[in-house]
Write a protein that binds this ligand. Structure first.
Ligand code: 2YJ
Ligand code: MG
Length: 259
């Protein structure tokens, strides 16, 4: 997954509102409701410590403040540690954080210090976007297409198999595809297959991964991938409902999954 940029995180609250409206329209439940039923949890009075991390490419402007916005949006108490890294971790734990949120260039994690649950953003994101796709009320079958089998797509595909969907998936990386076929029993999909889907989970860091021949009219595309895999003219022509948002939906999934 590509590194988020400061620009991706502008207008977070507007993007959240728009996407919550689409999720409610296509599934009948809002993001909070989907999280509650997916994990069987409700957020309580947990205090969330957010620690800026300078490793690798360093601190991303808006990242910690966006996390604080999300934590507070879902009704929890949160704070950003004054210092980054280990000093910030010490501060956050000393100040009574129940849940730690922090990210370097590879892993973004939520760790609940009370119950010891830990999750990565990849898994939580794959699971929630897969769940959203799978709840499409106008789906024409139980067939679902997963594009991209990296950390996010693999977790999503696994979740869908567990839920009893017929998962078809593609990835240009042969090893990723073989692993998913072997371990999850998914069907490899190639665009010559001429099979069209009404539910698509797109989990790649690339643009224009979805072509006309893959989708049915009025389908649902659920994707955390920036840039968007759905070309906008294809989206318009096929009247696609699109769920795509840079951070909030994945972080909501992380929080509910460690409660
Ligand atoms: O603390 C900071 O400001 C930075 N170290 C945050 C780094 C954020 N990390 C990423 O964006 C990585 N790609 C992993 C998270 C994937 C988000 N979908
Ligand atoms: Mg993409």
């Amino acid at each position: 997954m590509a590194l988020l940029t400061q620009e991706d995180l502008e207008n977070l609250s507007m993007q959240l509102e728009e996407n919550d409206a689409v999720v409610s329209k296509v599934t009948g439940v809002d993001i909070k409701g989907i999280c509650e039923s997916l994990y069987g949890t409700k957020l309580g009075s947990e205090k969330v410590g957010i620690i800026p991390i300078t490793a690798g490419n360093g601190v991303i402007g808006n990242f910690a403040s966006s996390l604080l916005f999300i934590v507070e949006y879902f009704g929890l108490d949160g704070f950003i540690s004054e210092h980054p890294d280990v000093t910030g971790y010490y501060e956050a734990v000393s100040q009574g954080a129940d849940i730690i949120l922090m990210a370097d260039d590879h892993i973004f994690t939520a760790h609940n210090l009370r119950n010891e649950k830990i999750v990565s953003n990849h898994v939580a994101t794959g699971v929630i976007y897969a769940e959203i796709a799978s709840r499409f009320e106008d789906a024409t079958s139980k067939d679902i297409l997963v594009i991209g089998l990296g950390g996010v797509g693999y977790a999503g595909a696994k979740h869908l198999v567990k839920k009893g969907f017929n998962v078809f998936a593609c990835d240009p990386n042969k090893a990723f595809l073989e692993k998913a076929v072997d371990e999850l029993g998914i069907n490899p999909y190639c665009s010559d297959d001429r099979k069209r889907f009404s539910m698509v989970l797109e989990a790649t860091p690339n643009a224009d991964t979805i072509s006309e021949g893959m989708i049915e009219e009025r389908c649902l595309v659920s994707t955390p991938g920036i840039p968007c895999g759905l070309p906008s003219e294809v989206g318009k022509k096929y009247r696609v409902d699109l769920v795509m948002e840079p951070l909030v939906i994945g972080v909501a999934s992380m929080l509910y999954s460690v409660i």
